[in-house]
Design a binder for this molecule. Structure first.
Ligand code: HEC
Ligand code: HEC
Length: 381
């Protein structure tokens, strides 16, 4: 299959011809990527917690698109191949100087500055996809890396993810600026070229025959990648979630401590706080919640064994730092206050919520201690 098809138009072209420079894949890739990146940016920067799923799917989409683009960069059409836009540093330097003088050479495919931007964008997007998976696995205990990444690592990488996201915005702005500048200097509408694939090209350059698309090789490479990625995902997904376990509800705990409010997951407070609660039950937040000594012993054992330090979830990692003034309250801890500060006081007074401590009214999965972002649902009334 020959790709660079000179579409000769006798009337229009004396010394220039219209050539399909960007093949269908490159164009689809480009505009789908625009949509996906916009989606991740909006859901990431402005999003509410429960938008996380949209952010994730768009992120997975970006990962898939980049993988396909890498394959196409080796086996695709002429101007899609990396080999056609890897320039020597000298060439890039010359081009930049020409650009600054306002008289750059015209390239049929990517010019050296544009090529550099394409590689940089691919690199940053790859970094964002991988770091996103690490954050998701470590902080949220979700996704393919939930079994291997600690909360601490997830939190560190989260900062990188955010910095890379800002860098990406900056690069996108530079990319759009570059396209507009080059469009103006070359008197070609490059945005339209990325839609219909066509550019006006001097006859001499169009005569260079396009490389044949290696569809067979491309498909072969994609199958190999799919099998390897599939095997990796399959084996990672079989690992238990790190720092999280499904525990049997202790029946004494459920009945005695679930009477006036829901039975708080033991991971939500450190051992010392649970201890203080159990030794002060006769005056428990103004109520008499006294229990048999035998029962207290059972509860003590259960809470000690499952207190915050035995978990690596987001909730346990952060809630183990209690308020010095009020170490018995989950809702007084600095992290709890921080995460719920945007919620109007009146919301907590709604009938179906009634109090700040009624975690399970808004967090569907409060009973398991997971507190997933996607499991937040604040009742309207
Ligand atoms: C007689 C009713 C009653 C029983 C039984 C009871 N509690 Fe409470 N508990 C309360 C009240 C009232 C509060 C204060 C809640 C509020 O202000 O919204 C509270 C608050 C708490 C809090 C702090 C929640 C927050 O808002 O941060 C924890 C933790 C807690 N209880 C643990 C326990 C444990 C453990 C048991 C079982 C040993 C237990 N409670 C049994 C009435 C009870
Ligand atoms: C009125 C509803 C409501 C109640 C009650 C409530 N939360 Fe939340 N919680 C939210 C919302 C909304 C968010 C997300 C805030 C944001 O956008 O950062 C959140 C966030 C969190 C997070 C962070 C989740 C994450 O993955 O980012 C944790 C942990 C959490 N809540 C724990 C608790 C605990 C523990 C309780 C009970 C002591 C509780 N919440 C009570 C609404 C509630």
């Amino acid at each position: 299959m020959s790709v660079v098809k000179p579409i000769c138009n006798q009337k229009e072209a004396n010394d220039e011809v219209v050539v399909i420079v960007w093949d269908v894949f490159v164009r689809l890739f480009h505009w789908l990527l625009v949509v996906l990146v916009a989606t991740t940016a909006i859901t990431g920067f402005l999003g509410q917690e429960w938008w996380l799923n949209i952010h994730l799917w768009a992120g997975y989409g970006i990962g898939l698109m980049i993988t396909l683009r890498l394959v196409w960069g080796f086996f695709g059409t002429n101007y899609a191949r990396f080999s056609s836009f890897i320039f020597r540093p000298g060439k890039t330097y010359d081009f930049t100087r020409q650009l600054l003088r306002g008289k750059p050479d015209h390239y049929t495919g990517h010019n050296p500055a544009g090529a550099l931007m394409v590689f940089a964008l691919l690199l940053v997007l790859t970094g964002l996809t991988i770091s996103g998976l690490i954050v998701l696995g470590g902080q949220e205990k979700q996704g393919i890396l939930a079994g291997v990444i600690s909360y601490a690592l997830g939190s560190e990488v989260a900062e990188f993810h955010e910095i890379a996201a800002f860098l990406l915005l900056f690069m996108i702005a530079a990319h759009i600026g570059g396209v507009l500048l080059e469009s103006y200097l070359s008197r070609q509408n490059l945005v339209r070229s990325m839609i219909n694939g066509r550019k006006n090209v001097p006859l001499v350059k169009a005569a260079i025959a396009g490389k044949v698309v290696l569809v067979g090789k491309a498909l072969f490479a994609i199958s190999i990648i799919a099998v390897m990625a599939g095997a990796l995902v399959w084996s990672l997904m079989r690992l238990p979630v790190s720092g999280f376990k499904v525990i049997k509800q202790n029946s004494a705990y459920a009945s005695e401590c679930g009477e006036c409010h829901h039975a708080y997951h033991p991971s939500l407070l450190p051992e010392s706080s649970w201890n203080k609660i159990l030794t002060g039950l006769s005056d428990h937040f103004g109520e008499d919640a006294s229990l048999d000594r035998e029962v207290v012993k059972i509860l003590n054992q259960y809470l000690k064994l499952n207190a915050a330090r035995h978990w690596d979830t987001e909730a346990a990692n952060n809630l183990r730092r209690v308020s010095a003034k009020d170490p018995l309250s989950i809702t007084a801890s600095p992290y709890w206050v921080l995460r719920h500060k945007d919620i109007d006081e009146r919301v907590f007074k709604r009938n179906k919520i009634a109090s700040k401590g009624n975690c399970i009214a808004c967090h569907i999965d409060a009973g398991s201690g997971r507190f997933d972002d996607q499991m937040i649902n604040v009742p309207d009334e």
